[in-house]
Design a protein around this ligand. Structure first.
Ligand SMILES: *[C@@H]1O[C@H](CO)[C@@H](O)[C@H](O)[C@H]1NC(C)=O
Ligand SMILES: *[C@@H]1O[C@H](CO)[C@@H](O)[C@H](O)[C@H]1NC(C)=O
Ligand SMILES: *[C@@H]1O[C@H](CO)[C@@H](O)[C@H](O)[C@H]1NC(C)=O
Length: 267
């Protein structure tokens, strides 16, 4: 099999067109996932545009003032934090019955690279490296059974680990449609060395790969959401070959950034 090209990779940020907004499929999933409830995942947050109430990314509550997400979700909004809002305590995609939180500051990882930007066809560069950001909300989040903190990881990820991913992203691709409720899909870690063999770009140790099967995996709008292992936030949805083709997807390895995250939580 030919290696998958870095140019065919996309981040899983949702770019909405008028057409996509009208389509809300029933009984469709993350792609291939299952409906889930917020009290089972009370750390799950959505990032929405205030004006449209549209979810463009996921995030995770890591303290009563902080949300962990992907840098590519928010780096365009750093000067414009008043245009987005964080929702917690709600699993329904369009509902505003949860709690909303306005944003004080957003810190992206200072070395976040984004997409490879040189036009070298034979590029062997890393892409979307250091894809994490921390949002500080203005008011403390009142913790309860619907909105609560997820613990940071206390160990490396092992090759035989499995976990699950959560999101409100597209449940069909390329004609994207969006679920009415939060989706969950179990995924298996795919060893980094094996993952490298499938792609023509370099992987960074701050990333990891996971997969399940053809027809299962994160898609547009799932960016920034959590990958949960043993009840802790092990990863952040980052990018993939879109979507659910049965090849491994890429996540930010939270444990690799634990000092960076703790420094912000303690500042
Ligand atoms: C996507 O939508 C276009 C235009 O409506 C249609 O022609 C095409 O067949 C659709 N593709 C899939 C895979 O459903
Ligand atoms: C969906 O739920 C079923 C039944 O609990 C489970 O067997 C399956 O693994 C789940 N699918 C995913 C992708 O998590
Ligand atoms: C990863 O590669 C090793 C060495 O080639 C191989 O033994 C192993 O089965 C591979 N694992 C997977 C999940 O493909």
């Amino acid at each position: 099999m030919d290696k998958l090209n870095y140019q065919s990779m996309v981040n899983l940020f949702a770019i909405f067109t008028i057409g996509a907004l009208g389509i809300f499929a029933k009984d469709m999933r993350i792609i291939g996932g299952n409906n889930t409830r917020i009290y089972k995942n009370p750390f799950m947050a959505s990032l929405r545009y205030i004006e449209s109430n549209i979810i463009f990314c996921g995030g995770s509550i890591i303290s009563n003032k902080h949300i962990l997400t992907a840098a590519h979700c928010v780096f365009r909004e750093l000067d414009n934090v008043n245009s987005i809002v964080v929702y917690t305590g709600i699993a329904l995609t369009r509902s505003t019955s949860g709690w909303s939180h306005t944003i004080d500051t957003i810190v992206c990882h200072p070395e976040f690279t984004g997409e490879d930007s040189d036009d070298d066809e034979d590029s062997n560069d890393e892409i979307y490296v250091h894809d994490l950001a921390i949002i500080t909300v203005n008011e403390e989040i009142r913790l309860n059974f619907l909105q609560n903190v997820i613990n940071l990881p206390n160990r490396e990820i092992y090759d035989d680990d499995s976990g699950y991913v959560l999101g409100w992203g597209s449940t069909t691709h390329p004609n994207d449609t969006f679920p009415v409720i939060l989706q969950k899909a179990y995924m298996y870690i795919y060893p980094l060395a094996n993952c490298s063999e499938m792609y023509d770009f370099r992987l960074h140790i701050g990333q990891f790969c996971a997969y399940n099967d053809v027809g299962i995996g994160p898609c547009m709008g799932d960016s920034g959401g959590p990958f949960v292992i043993d009840g802790k936030i092990a990863g952040i949805v980052s990018f993939n070959y879109p979507c659910a083709h049965g090849v491994p997807d890429f996540y930010t390895n939270v444990y690799f950034y634990i000092d960076f995250i703790r420094n912000i939580l303690n500042s």
